[in-house]
Design a protein around this ligand. Structure first.
Ligand SMILES: Nc1ncnc2c1ncn2[C@@H]1O[C@H](COP(=O)(O)OP(=O)(O)OP(=O)(O)O)[C@@H](O)[C@H]1O
Ligand SMILES: [Mg+2]
Length: 264
């Protein structure tokens, strides 16, 4: 497992260090006659190397916003800027190139290929990127080691616990060396100990300079970030620093004890 995160208080963020920005982003889905306004004019700037939690009731637009800032979907209005590149007008192949180079995704449901080993799952993004076989294997092994799964590389997803599967998914997100990791409810399907382990990894990545955006319904999970943005009905209704930030590595013993002393 990674060592505990660097806890230096981040310095001020000026405009030159904004890595991800949504400007006036709206998203309207048309379902027959019905229009669903999932986002209504969202402005959000995220600085390099920061960690942010996105909260809000079900249906408030969190996943829609993650998909748009992660370049998996386009806004109906407004623009998205990734590392100074305005991406709204890009062609699909250009968009995919920026996404593959810069952004790693982690989802609540892991999204691993079921008949494929942990190692091959992690190699997959490199197959798409055209990386050679030996190099793929080397990098995928290193990513799995980084999330503490060096001894599970040949396992299929159903031979791994939920927490281990989520760590494989994190390794898969990391293997392309993204500068931004977007995680949509990464602990939503996990037991408390596995959840702490996933948060330890995300804080460790952040301590190594990776920008992390995390969606969660859980107030404790949200406080692992340094800033919490709240959405309601497709709008940003609050944007606050976290005064009492939680460090996952510090909580593990306590959480293991609460869970009945079972170590993953
Ligand atoms: N593909 C789609 N087509 C039509 N409507 C959609 C689509 N995706 C999302 N929506 C609607 O947009 C709104 C925002 O959905 P979104 O998935 O972003 O919410 P969320 O905040 O992530 O909720 P949850 O916490 O339940 O995951 C919802 O009203 C949803 O029904
Ligand atoms: Mg969602």
């Amino acid at each position: 497992m990674p060592e505990s995160a660097n806890r230096a208080i981040p310095g001020p963020c000026d405009e030159t260090r904004v890595v991800l920005e949504a400007r006036g982003v709206s998203k309207c889905y048309h379902l027959g006659e019905v229009e669903v306004h999932a986002l209504r004019g969202v402005d959000l700037s995220i600085c390099e190397g920061r960690m942010l939690s996105l909260m809000g009731p079900s249906g408030s637009g969190k996943s829609t916003l993650m998909h748009i800032i992660g370049l998996l979907d386009r806004p109906s209005e407004g623009s998205v800027i990734v590392e100074s590149e305005e991406v709204s007008a890009m062609a699909p192949n250009e968009l995919a190139a920026v996404r593959n180079r810069r952004i790693g995704f982690v989802f609540q449901s892991f999204n691993l290929l079921s008949r494929t080993t942990a190692l091959a799952n992690v190699e997959l993004p490199l197959v798409y990127a055209g990386v050679s076989g030996t190099e793929r294997s080397r990098r995928a092994r290193a990513a799995l080691e980084r999330v503490g799964l060096g001894d599970r590389m040949g396992h299929l997803p159903n031979q791994l616990s939920g927490g281990q599967q989520q760590r494989v998914a994190i390794a898969r997100a990391l293997v392309t060396e993204p500068s931004i990791v977007l995680a949509d409810e990464p602990t939503g399907n996990l037991d408390s100990v596995s959840g702490v382990d996933v948060m330890t990894i995300l804080q460790d990545l952040n301590a190594h300079g990776i920008t992390v955006v995390l969606v969660t319904h859980d107030d404790t999970v949200a406080r692992h970030a340094e800033r919490i943005v709240r959405l309601r009905d497709g709008r940003v209704v609050a944007d606050d620093p976290v005064a009492d930030r939680i460090w996952a590595a510090d909580r593990r013993d306590e959480v293991v004890e609460e869970a009945g002393g079972v170590q993953a």
